[in-house]
Design a protein around this ligand. Structure first.
Ligand SMILES: Nc1ncnc2c1ncn2[C@@H]1O[C@H](COP(=O)(O)OP(=O)(O)OP(=O)(O)O)[C@@H](O)[C@H]1O
Length: 256
């Protein structure tokens, strides 16, 4: 479903190197990254701040073109086939909404239906299902800017799923959510993956998300993959640590 082969992405800045001189400075956000995700997997993508997670997600969704290597999602080259890919993929960024700020949630969904050309019958059926599973009923009529973070997040998730994508990419979906909202969101994602077989790639700094949802974990550090395995494999990297936070902290600091 997702194939990444020796992908890299760098950014070039010009920075001051004296009174008059400026020099080129290259940041390698992602280097030589190789992994694949099979249909139906639920994968956690972890890494410290600045490790390259968002850059990877932007390459997978076609927002950024890799400077080296190859990326394929649902068989498509994301940056060249963004429109075709949009029909197969759902994307949610926890830090910003893709909904229309001044429109009631229901109208945002209607716009999504037009954008993705979703059949009216399918749209009604899916919206009814999502409305129930995500408990959207009480705030469908409210403009997005007036929603609480938890409500907005549920709205964003519904919008990303209205066209029934086969792969869902989530960038910190539980950020800022209270324990109850987090639990509800996790239950929903677990069901989506188990019942519909939707492939999910999730970045998060909340290891509770990983423990409760992910069958596989990948860790990126300084733009390179430093771990790829099951949750059990991850724990085994530091068996002396009792919490998953401590295990991951060890990995982030290169084994302590
Ligand atoms: N548009 C850009 N221009 C220049 N440098 C960038 C750009 N985007 C990202 N970078 C740099 O690339 C590196 C990786 O950034 P990225 O946002 O992918 O990290 P991240 O793992 O998502 O971090 P966080 O957990 O803090 O969100 C960082 O050093 C960052 O400063």
């Amino acid at each position: 479903m997702i194939e990444v082969e020796r992908a890299g992405r760098s950014f070039t800045h010009r920075r001051k190197a004296g009174v008059l001189r400026r020099e080129r400075h290259v940041v390698h956000a992602v280097r030589d990254l190789t992994f694949s995700v099979a249909p139906g997997e639920f994968v956690g993508y972890l890494g410290p701040n600045g490790a390259g997670k968002s850059t990877t997600i932007k390459m997978l969704t076609g927002i950024l073109t890799p400077t080296t290597g190859r990326v394929r999602v649902a068989g498509l080259d994301p940056s060249r086939r963004r429109t075709a890919l949009a029909r197969r993929i759902g994307v949610v960024f926890g830090q910003r909404t893709t909904l229309w700020w001044d429109l009631p949630l229901r109208d945002s969904f209607e716009l999504v239906r037009h954008l993705y050309n979703v059949d009216q019958g399918d749209f009604r059926r899916r919206l009814a299902e999502l409305e129930e599973l995500l408990d959207l009923g009480s705030f469908l009529h409210i403009p997005v800017r007036q929603l609480s973070l938890g409500q907005r997040m549920r709205g964003d998730l519904a919008a990303a799923l209205l066209h029934a994508p086969s792969v869902l990419v989530l960038d910190e979906p539980t950020i800022g959510l209270d324990v109850v909202s987090k639990a509800a969101l996790r239950a929903f994602l677990r069901e989506l993956n188990a019942e519909r077989g939707t492939t999910v790639l999730l970045t998060t700094h909340d290891l509770g998300d990983v423990e409760r949802l992910c069958s596989r974990v990948m860790v990126i550090d300084h733009g390179r993959l430093s771990f790829d395995g099951t949750l059990g494999d991850l724990r085994a990297t530091a068996p002396e640590e009792s919490s998953i936070e401590d295990v991951v902290a060890r990995l982030y600091t290169g084994g302590g």
